[in-house]
Design a protein around this ligand. Sequence first.
Ligand SMILES: [Zn+2]
Length: 141
Amino acid sequence: MNKYICSRCADKLGLKTSARTSDPLQSQYQVDKWYKHTIPSTSIGYQTLFDSRSGDYYAGVIYDAVDLGFVEEDDQSRLNILYCPSTGSRIGRAFARGQDLGPQDMVRVVKWSEEAGIHAMLDGSSDFSAARCSRCGGPVL
Ligand SMILES: [Zn+2]
C-alpha cells in the first residue's frame, strides 16, 4: 500500500532538498527515458507520452514537480514525486502497445535524488483524488 506526504509536509520535513533538477538530460540513461516518454512505440507494453517533445518543457515540468508536488512512498520504500499542474488538463497520454488508453494530467518524477537518474513520466490524477497525507491527513492534490 502506497503512502503519501503532501507538498507542505514534505517541505517541512525537507524531504525534497536532495532533488537533482539542474539537468535531467545529462546521462544516456536519462535521454533514453526521455525518448521513451516522448516518442511512440508499439513494442512498449505500457507507455506514457508527453504531448510536448521539448527538452526545455521536460526540464521545466520536472523542476515544477519537485518544487510543488507531493511525495509517494511506494511498497518498495521508493520515494516518488507526483505533481498535477491542473486537474483534468491533459499534458500527455498513456498507451499500451500503441493503443491509446486516454489522457494523463500528472507528472511522476522518479530517481529524483540521483544526478544522472532523475526522470519523469506521466500519471492520472484520478488515481489520487482520495489520497490523504500520512502526516497531516489533508488531501495531497
Ligand atoms: Zn501533509
